[in-house]
Design a protein around this ligand. Structure first.
Ligand SMILES: [Zn+2]
Length: 261
């Protein structure tokens, strides 16, 4: 297998040690060129920086996942400082965004403090000239797009994106990127997204260790699954498989500036 792939969104630090070792050991075997390893909080950011120190195929991003309680002022200060200090060791700001699922369960949760938190990361991304990796789906898309436009952010990646036709069109028009997970094998809406979105703005990811179902039930989420996703995308876009590999590899490499990293 020599078609190179990049996992554009994985939480490598959240795997069990033995599973992470399997993945890192398998990188060459499955032509996995690099892993964009996003962070959940401050500790997770430190863990991803450490993983990069030990293996430069791991490309860290620093951020605070929105589907949890807000960080303390101290933690946010530490995160913003870490971004400044380590800007030459990270490829992006992320994972950041808005809490969709938590808010589904707790309707009264105020969104405003999360928007302010996100804006602090957006300002930092603009200042450091880094791409931003977003967890922002459905009706949160418009709020996040407004914030990105306010700060003239050009490089935004909406990972595992879910949204209506209008939102999808706005992301495409703004030149933002979306990434496709293995759920394309069992989610009609993911297949539709691939059909609607320009191939020049697509990437592929696993969001591992998040588990998948269907043909992936009870399998550890491994970046090698992307090879299956790639065949599915080629088929939907009616493209030659090699061409699909090349396009998505180049998209991801350019988006995260990996050739100069
Ligand atoms: Zn994630």
């Amino acid at each position: 297998m020599n078609q190179q792939i990049i996992d554009a969104h994985i939480h490598l630090d959240l795997y069990k040690t033995e599973d992470r070792e399997v993945i890192l050991h398998d990188l060459d075997k499955y032509s996995i060129n690099s892993l964009i390893s996003v962070s959940k909080n401050y500790q997770s950011s430190l863990a991803n920086l450490k993983l990069y120190e030990n293996n430069n195929k791991v490309k860290p991003a620093i951020g605070f996942h929105p589907e949890q309680s807000l960080p303390s002022e101290e933690e946010l200060g530490d995160l913003l400082q870490l971004l400044e200090n380590k800007h030459d060791q990270i490829v992006a700001v992320g994972e950041v965004g808005l809490p969709y699922y938590v808010k589904q369960e707790k309707k009264q949760l105020p969104l405003k403090p999360y928007m302010e938190l996100l804006e602090a990361f957006i300002v930092q991304a603009a200042k450091l000239d880094k791409p931003i990796i977003l967890h922002a789906i459905y009706e949160h898309t418009a709020i996040v797009c407004d914030l990105l436009e306010k700060h003239t952010i050009k490089k935004a990646h909406f990972h595992w994106y879910k949204g209506d036709k209008k939102s999808i069109e706005r992301l495409a028009r703004n030149g933002y990127f979306v990434s496709i997970t293995p759920d394309i094998f069992y989610k009609e809406r993911t297949e539709k997204l691939v059909r609607q979105f320009p191939i020049e703005q697509l990437m592929v990811e696993t969001d591992g260790p998040w588990p998948f179902v269907g043909i992936f039930t009870s399998k550890m989420t491994h970046p090698k699954m992307i090879h299956q996703t790639m065949r599915k995308i080629a088929c939907i876009k009616r493209l030659n498989l090699l061409e699909t590999y090349e396009l998505l590899f180049n998209n991801t490499q350019a988006f995260f500036n990996l050739d100069s990293f």
